[in-house]
Structure formats: C-alpha cells, structure tokens
Design a protein around this ligand. Structure first.
Ligand code: F6R
Length: 609
C-alpha cells in the first residue's frame, strides 16, 4: 500500500526522503514522487510511475536548497499508475503540496464543487481534491486551512501537507491511515511506517485518528480538528537498523524464513514457564476470574494471519477445551456479528493495520465484546485500540509474503491456549511436555532449513505444472492453505490448499499424470487417514511430495519426493511443516526470475478495503 515520508530540519531533504521511500518499497507500490520548497516561493515536485530508483536517477542535479519536503509511494486505487496520478499533488496555484494515504470517499462531489469554482484538475486521483481544498481555505496559515479542508472530507486519510510560504512547516493529519512522527535533534520526520524513520531516530509518536500535528525543526505540537491541544507521549522504537536490512540474504523473504528459530526463541522467552508447565502473558488485561467466564474464543484475521489463527484454533480447543471459531475479518464486519459476553475475541494481524481486521475488531468492541490483539507492529492501530493482547515479537517483517509472522502468531496463541488450558483441565505434566516441545522448535526449524537444497530441487520440479494441490489434516489443513497462498503469491502458479479428505469431493478431478500434490503428513493421529489419500493420488499417477517425519518409511516409499521434518508434539507439527512450504514458494519464484520481495499487485499491509 502507499507510503509516506516527510522531513523538516536543517539537512537537505531530498536524499532523506528518497532513502525513506526505499525503506517503504516493501509495502508494494507502482509510482513515487517527492516535493520540496523552491527558493522562489513555489514548490518543486518530481514524480513518476515505476520504481523509486527510477525517480532517484531522474532527479535534477541542481536540487533547490530547502528545509522541508515530503514524498510518497503510490499503490493505485483511483486512476492508473502514471506520472500525473503519482503523489505529491499540488494546489492550482502550485504553492501547496500534499501526499495522502487512504481514500477520499466523497471526492467526486468535491471535485464537481471545485471545478465549479474554476479549479482545473491534473490527475484522476481522489487525492487531488485535498490540496485544492486547502488552497480554497488558505489565509496565511496552513494548519487552519488543513483543518477546514479536512472537515469536508469523508473517508480515510494519512496526509502530509506543506505550503511554500511557510517553508519550515509540515502539517500532518490522520484518520484511519497510520502516521508516525520521528523526533530528531533540530529536525522532525513523519512517515506512514516506522522503517522509514529508524535510520534517523528511535523517538517516535503515534498519531491517533482525528489528530493533527504541526512539525517544524524545533519540534511538534498536536491538536484535534477542533483546535484542542493534545499531549502525546514519545515512545522508543525497539527496532535495530539491521532488522530492516537484508544483510547477507538475497531477499527479505529468505532472511525472514531463516529468522524463525530466532523469532520463536524470542516469543518464548519470559513467557514459557517450564517448571510449572504454564505460560506467563503480561498485557492480556484479564483478571483470573475472567478466564473462568470464557465460554468461546473467536479469532479474527485475514490472509496468512487467518491461516495462523486456523492452525491455532485446533490447539486452543485441544488444550483449553474451549470452542474456538475463526472468522474472516471482511466477512465478520459486514455480517452484523452476534457478540456475547462470554466470548473472547482476538484480532490477529502482523501489521496491526489491516483495514478489515481493524473494522471487524471495532464492530465487535462497539457491541461490547472484549477483543485482544495478536500483533507484531508495536504501536499499530490494532495494538492501541484492542483491550489488551500479545505482541508476537517476530521483529520487522519486510517481505510482502508473510512467513515468520505465521509461526510467531501461532506461538503466541499456543501460549495463550496453554495458559487457559492450565486454568482448566490441562495437567502440569501435559503443560511441561508442551513447553519442552516448544523449546525444541528453534533447533528443529534449523534442521528443516538445512534441507534447503532438497527443497529447491522440489520447487524446480513443480515449475512446469499448471496446478499444485496442497493437502493436510487438522492443524496441517491450515498449513496446506498457507503453503498454497505462499506459492501463488510469489510464483503466480495456480494452486490451492484443501483438507485432505475433501480431495475426493472435488479437487481429485484435477489430478492426472504428474500433477504435484504436496502432502503434509507428520506421524500424528491423522497420518493413517492421510496415507489413504496418498494412495488415491498414486492411483491417478499424481506426483506425491511428502512433508513427513524422518523415520516414516511408509510415507517415503509412497512419495516421489519428500522433505523430513523432525518429530514434535502432535499439536505443534504446523510450526515445522510450514517451513518447507515457505521455501518451496521462495525457490519457485526465484527460479522463475520473479521479484520475490515485491510480488505483483500485492501490498504489505492492506489498509484499504
Ligand atoms: C500473505 C500476506 C497477507 C497478510 C494479510 C493480513 O503473505 O502477507 O495475506 O497476511 O494481508 O495482514 P496482517 O497480518 O498484517 O493483518
């Protein structure tokens, strides 16, 4: 989705802005642009369709001297991705520049009104109404004009505006689209996402919906739309610059797949109480009695987070013996959900900004439900608006294809299942066994990663196929869905995941000679059943690729190729079976020469519906 960067201070703004845009490239975009002050009372704008490096290389050598600027990466919603539709957009007098994330829902009526007043539009975007509206109200003070303009706008926005008559000022506003300020020494930064700031400062301020900030080299102040002053806390960002860089890895996706032993270890530290076979989770904001009242659990999410939630639901029901349902956020939000007092809801989201998950969470809370967040990005909207929750601690996830967040979300929910289970029927012995198995996961994941060459061979073997089927049962049904999502996202190969027993109810029609069928078949209570499904594929000359345990000779004998995953606790197998699937997707995309970290049409956090 779109990215915003802004700077005001004593340094040359353009290099800072372009570097910030590069840090946001992972979010997905199709064009970019930068604006800064011209010395002559106008605004300098340079923007174009394509990559940030194209923008950078086409910049003139003699950039104007200025103290402020703003920049944007655009992911097209209204109007095709071309130079004119790229941000920043200018007012008709070319004195005001604006970058905007979100959607102006009433843009067409505002456009008609402005055109009636003689304004000429230069783009097809919804955003362009914003600088024109600000200009309409401008009487020497940008902050006041922005506030008056925003009162007319319906929809969501994160915006940064500047005016060439106020060359050391940026005005920033948020309503439904994330904005974070960075506090420097005689300089201020603003961005839609913290990775754009982390090279400059770790002192950050998260704007809330309805808040306006005015930035200058001296600092910032915040108000609401009605001019009431708002005091904001400055938080410390806990990311290191290395965490948002590729290091020795060719792609962020590969780096993040390889980070999973570390992120699992981090997720367990201080939370898994091996002696008591229990989990300690600060931040849930639930008193002990509230745990007894929970009669049902509902997990709300989208995409990979939805699959992590599905895998977790098996664990929760098994360990806690509490019914657990999983809801697609976009469906739940429009279904007039039935919310009851004894259901505990979780919004599961890596970014904490996914529009549908956020809206579903708000709807449930509006109806009186308690919603906890399972979130990676500290300070994100879901983290701030939920009633409590757990950070998954997987560290920044930059690749568009989510990998380490899956295992970390599953881990956080497993620890929650353990905690509630231990308050009910789960014995300390069973709890200790689970923790023992959880503690072994980092080494076991490393053992799977060590088979990368074998996985690569398998990935290459599926490239000629026009269809790949992923099958699993129990928690590994969710893993099958995730494996298929990953493969289609980055390699664009047609594939789907199914519950293994469902194969006979439809997908079997697609299996012919050589069709790759990837079976998740660890030695658990469902293995015998999955073996029968393998026989059915074999009978149709499909090509069986098995993810199985090292000593499973029967599966190996049936399979055309296999990857071994170490044995673990029956409930924890998805933590290991998902790793080869992530690698298959990665190596398939790589072999096809695709841009693994920036798959077509996808964006990192989906902040629009
Ligand atoms: C898949 C992927 C998406 C996200 C989904 C939810 O690789 O990244 O499917 O999982 O958009 O995003 P979050 O977890 O940020 O709510």
């Amino acid at each position: 989705m779109c990215g915003i960067v802004g700077y005001v201070g004593t340094k040359a703004p353009v290099p800072i802005l372009v570097e910030g845009l590069k840090r946001l490239e992972y979010r997905g975009y199709d064009s970019s642009g930068v604006a800064t002050m011209n010395g002559d009372g106008s605004v300098f704008v340079h923007k174009r369709a394509g990559r940030v490096r194209d923008l950078e290389h086409s910049l003139p050598d003699d950039l104007p001297t200025a103290n402020a600027g703003l920049a944007h990466t655009r992911w097209a919603t209204h109007g095709e991705p071309n130079d004119a539709n790229s941000h920043p957009h200018l007012s008709h007098d070319e004195k005001i520049a604006v970058v905007h994330n979100g959607i102006v829902e009433n843009h067409s009526s505002l456009r008609t009104m402005l055109m009636g007043e003689g304004v000429t539009f230069r783009s097809d975007t919804d955003t362009e109404v914003i600088p024109h509206l600000i200009a309409r109200f401008y009487e020497g003070d940008l902050e006041t004009a922005v506030k008056r303009a925003l009162r007319l706008i319906q929809g969501s926005y994160g915006i940064v505006a500047m005016h060439s008559d106020e060359p050391e000022k940026l005005v920033v506003a948020r309503n439904g689209s994330p904005i974070v300020l960075g506090v420097g020494d005689s300089e201020m930064f603003v961005a839609s996402d913290a990775p754009a700031l982390v090279a400059h400062t770790k002192q950050v301020v998260y704007l809330e919906d309805g808040e306006i900030a005015v930035l200058s080299p001296e600092g910032f102040r915040t108000t609401d739309l009605a001019d009431r002053a708002i005091q904001k806390d400055v938080d410390e960002l806990d990311w290191e610059i290395e965490e948002i860089e590729r290091g020795d890895f060719e792609h962020f996706m590969l780096k993040e797949i390889h980070e999973q032993p570390l992120s699992i270890d981090r997720g367990l530290r201080g939370r898994a109480m091996a002696d008591f076979g229990d989990a300690k989770l600060g931040g849930l904001n639930l008193d002990r009695r509230a745990f007894f009242d929970i009669k049902r659990i509902c997990l709300i999410a989208c995409g990979t987070s939805l699959h992590a939630a599905m895998a977790a639901s098996y664990l929760i029901e098994e360990l806690a013996r509490v019914p657990c349902s999983v809801e697609i956020a976009s469906e739940l939000r429009y279904r007039n959900p039935i919310v009851d007092a004894n259901t505990l809801y979780f919004a599961v989201s890596q970014s904490g900004e996914t529009a549908d998950t956020l809206a579903a969470m708000r709807e449930v809370r509006r109806k009186g439900g308690i919603v906890l967040g399972v979130v990676n990005v500290v300070g994100s909207s879901i983290a701030r608006e939920s009633d409590g929750g757990m950070y998954i601690r997987s560290g920044p996830e930059i690749a568009v294809a989510s990998t380490k967040a899956f295992t970390s979300q599953l881990l956080a929910l497993t620890l929650f299942a353990l905690k509630i289970g231990r308050m009910r029927d789960l014995s300390s012995t069973a709890g200790r066994e689970l923790i023992h198995a959880l503690n072994a996961l980092p080494d076991q994941i490393n053992a799977v990663l060590a088979q990368s060459e074998a996985v690569k061979t398998i990935a290459h073997s599926i490239l000629e196929s026009n269809y790949v089927l992923f099958l699993g049962r129990g928690g590994n049904y969710a893993t099958a869905l995730e494996g298929a999502l990953k493969l289609k996202e980055v390699s664009y190969i047609q594939c789907e995941g199914f519950a293994a027993a469902e194969m006979k109810h439809g997908p079997i029609a697609l299996i012919g000679k050589g069709t790759p069928v990837i079976f998740l078949c660890p030695q658990d209570h469902l293995r015998e059943k999955t073996l029968s499904n393998m026989e059915e594929v074999k009978a149709r000359k499909g090509r069986i690729i098995a993810i199985c345990n090292p000593d499973d000779e029967r599966v190996k004998a049936l399979a055309d190729a296999y990857i071994e995953v170490p044995r673990t606790h029956n409930l924890l197998t998805p933590f290991l079976t998902v790793i080869p699937l992530q690698l298959i997707a990665y190596y398939a995309a790589l072999a096809l020469g695709l841009d693994v970290d920036k798959p077509r049409n996808l964006a990192k956090s989906v902040t629009v519906e």
